[in-house]
Design a protein around this ligand. Structure first.
Ligand SMILES: CC(C)(COP(=O)(O)OP(=O)(O)OC[C@H]1O[C@@H](n2cnc3c(N)ncnc32)[C@H](O)[C@@H]1OP(=O)(O)O)[C@@H](O)C(=O)NCCC(=O)NCCS
Length: 175
């Protein structure tokens, strides 16, 4: 995989490495991180190894995948954001999904918004995607506010595992 590292004002977005497992575990073992993600925080490092492996597999299969967010000042792991080829969320179709997940101590500082904007730009300009989708539980105020703020058009609601979600889809902006 030959990703360029993406740079924003405060962040680097770099490919996931096998050595990130411990940070993924710290992120995903926090129940608060999983409130709108089916409430299933991980309990073992093995689950985080599987998560890292699935992202590395996305890189190989689709040439894209979630990227780790690094604080440019401290070099520390903040979380992940970026794109994923999503085959399981919508029953009717697969799509390129924009997502983000941050360690709790980094919430509320605008990092997810900053990473999401960079991910959209990367998807359209470098990967030449035609459209990018995103989904958020209707009650997830932070995520819906990010998607509105970055200009993702709301399309419809849909149900996923008994939860009502908002569906957003942005077409590649024409020049
Ligand atoms: C969702 C998540 C990524 C947000 O990250 P973040 O860096 O805190 O987000 P940002 O700071 O960029 O933006 C959050 C926005 O939501 C707003 N917001 C958050 N909680 C809010 C609330 N309860 N009421 C009103 N607005 C709220 C913030 O004010 C901010 O908007 P603003 O920039 O206009 O002030 C983070 O909380 C997270 O990782 N959660 C766990 C994983 C997750 O749920 N991922 C998304 C699944 S769809």
């Amino acid at each position: 995989m030959n990703f360029k590292i993406i740079e924003t004002e405060r962040l680097f977005l770099r490919p996931v490495l096998e050595t990130d497992v411990q940070d993924f575990f710290e992120l995903d073992s926090n129940p608060k991180v999983h409130i709108f993600l089916e409430n299933k925080p991980v309990k073992t490092l093995i689950e985080s190894e599987a998560m890292v492996a699935s992202i590395l597999q996305q890189y190989k299969t689709y040439g894209l995948g979630r990227l780790v967010l690094i604080d440019k000042v401290t070099n520390g792991f903040i979380g992940w954001s970026g794109l994923k080829y999503e085959e399981n969320l919508r029953k009717e179709f697969s799509y390129y999904d924009l997502g983000y997940r941050l360690k709790e101590q980094f919430w509320g500082k605008g990092y997810a918004t900053e990473a999401a904007i960079a991910s959209l730009n990367y998807g359209f300009s470098i990967l030449k995607l035609q459209e990018i989708g995103a989904a958020a539980d209707v009650n997830h105020i932070a995520s819906n506010s990010i998607l509105n703020k970055i200009g993702m058009p709301f399309i419809e609601t849909f149900e996923y595992k008994g939860e009502l979600c908002n569906w957003y889809n942005l077409k590649k902006p024409s020049l």
